[in-house]
Design a protein around this ligand. Structure first.
Ligand SMILES: Cc1cc2nc3c(=O)[nH]c(=O)nc-3n(C[C@H](O)[C@H](O)[C@H](O)COP(=O)(O)OP(=O)(O)OC[C@H]3O[C@@H](n4cnc5c(N)ncnc54)[C@H](O)[C@@H]3O)c2cc1C
Length: 396
């Protein structure tokens, strides 16, 4: 944050001319900063009276680190159920908590969510924090963020985990910003250093070509979002016991600028490719939208669903909810059949944990064959109809 020491400012205007972003102006004989500031530091360097300084996160937060303890999971409630990613977060959260020797709590905001508490305890939570209010029935970024900020402020966990879902991705950055915490988005692996509680947050970087491990040494809580289907869900243990609390938040947390007029389920989203055991995926090799008729037919024979590469989605052949990969969904079906997909790293990160991968590609050098359990080198328009025919014969 850029701090302006008004007692030292002489309104000379040097900061205004040295700022390349138009972020600082002189108003009423004093420098004023606006939202364009990138904290580049040019104004601080050029100010002749040391009237400007940048307060770093390190300076603001380092004293508080020892006051934070425990792992907290943000559980999402949507379409009448707790989102599956919440159980995946509890699975990894439990491991982190055990390694650190601390408690695992889960916060669940919603309209009427008490009945889910026992399932969250069975999945590994020691403490369930239910925040129930009619205003929380529908997701609204601003009040969900205010509620989470309030709960985190009261309980001071050292780690907060959320799903890298549409909800998690929109609300968690709000919270991290409000509490000045570090946030690592889209993690694919999480570990914790036992001795100092440092969360080692691993995620793809530079277009998925390297994996970066990120630490937040100076702020707490350490916040991370985790992609659905990357972590194994907790195996429920119905004998586990835990504490359930109804959390009351101040009325001001429940004031929203958002009015929800209606909430409709996107029918394209209804086939959730992350929940099925068999996926038949099509890529640019299909050459047109019509190719998906063949892909659908094979998926139908196998009782599976249809997935796609980004090239197919970008071509408008199939909607985005079917996209697998770095900017699509991460899937881990039992069987993944890739038809006319080259196996670019950004696609591979989304499907390489499938149990069996079958690749059909006419280029024997295609990288997909490095991931495939079984590979068929050939024209998909010859191979796929034969597969369908054979499956139909077997069924008969
Ligand atoms: C930041 C970033 C994020 C990205 N995110 C994603 C993502 O989430 N998901 C994703 O998929 N991609 C993503 N991409 C794009 C990715 O890099 C590739 O461009 C994309 O995956 C290629 O899709 P494809 O394999 O369908 O097409 P291509 O790479 O063009 O491959 C087509 C394949 O089909 C084969 N083929 C052609 N005709 C036939 C035929 N008749 N029979 C059999 N085989 C045939 C070819 O030999 C070729 O191997 C991302 C890229 C970037 C930079």
């Amino acid at each position: 944050m850029l701090i302006i020491h008004s007692d030292k400012c002489t309104a000379c205007g040097i900061c205004e001319t040295s700022c390349a972003f138009g972020a600082i102006t002189i108003q009423n004989d004093c420098a004023v900063v606006n939202e364009c500031c990138t904290l580049c530091g040019a104004c601080v360097e050029n100010c002749p009276t040391q009237a400007l300084s940048i307060e770093t996160a390190e300076k603001r937060k380092q004293v508080d680190i020892d006051n934070y303890s425990g792992i907290m999971v943000f559980a999402e409630y949507r379409h009448g159920d707790v989102a599956p990613v919440s159980y995946e977060l509890l699975g990894i959260g439990r491991k982190l908590a055990d390694k650190r020797g601390v408690k695992l709590s889960v916060v669940l905001p919603g309209g009427n969510v008490t009945s889910y508490a026992s399932g969250l305890i069975a999945a590994g939570a020691d403490t369930v924090l239910l925040v129930e209010h009619p205003m929380l029935e529908q997701f609204r970024e601003d009040i969900y963020a205010a509620v989470l900020e309030q709960v985190i402020g009261e309980h001071k966990p050292e780690v907060v985990l959320a799903g890298a879902t549409a909800i998690g991705r929109s609300v968690i950055p709000y919270v991290a910003n409000a509490i000045d915490a570090g946030l690592t988005a889209d993690c694919t692996r999480l570990e914790i250093r036992e001795e100092d509680g440092m969360l080692l947050q691993t995620r793809p970087a530079f277009g998925g070509n390297i994996m970066a491990t990120i630490e937040c040494p100076h702020t707490r809580p350490q916040m991370a979002t985790v992609r659905p289907k990357v972590m194994a869900p907790a195996v429920p243990d119905l004998s586990r016991t835990g504490e359930i609390f109804q959390v009351q938040v101040p009325e001001r947390c429940l004031q929203s600028k958002i009015e929800v007029l209606d909430s409709v389920i996107n029918h394209d989203d209804q086939v959730n490719i992350q929940e099925v055991e068999t996926l038949v995926a099509g890529g640019r090799g299909l050459e047109s939208e019509k190719g998906f008729t063949l892909i659908r037919a094979l998926a139908h024979e196998l009782g599976g669903a249809v997935a796609a590469s980004r090239a197919a989605v970008d071509s408008g052949w199939i909607p985005y909810p079917h996209q697998v990969g770095q900017t699509g969904k991460t899937v881990s079906p039992k069987l993944y059949i890739a038809c006319g997909i080259s196996g670019a790293v950004q696609h591979a990160v989304g499907m390489q944990s499938a149990e069996i991968v079958v690749a059909i590609n006419r280029d024997s050098e295609a990288p997909i064959f490095n991931i495939a359990t079984y590979g068929v080198v050939g024209d998909l328009y010859e191979v796929v109809p034969q597969l369908i025919k054979r499956l139909q014969e077997i069924k008969k």
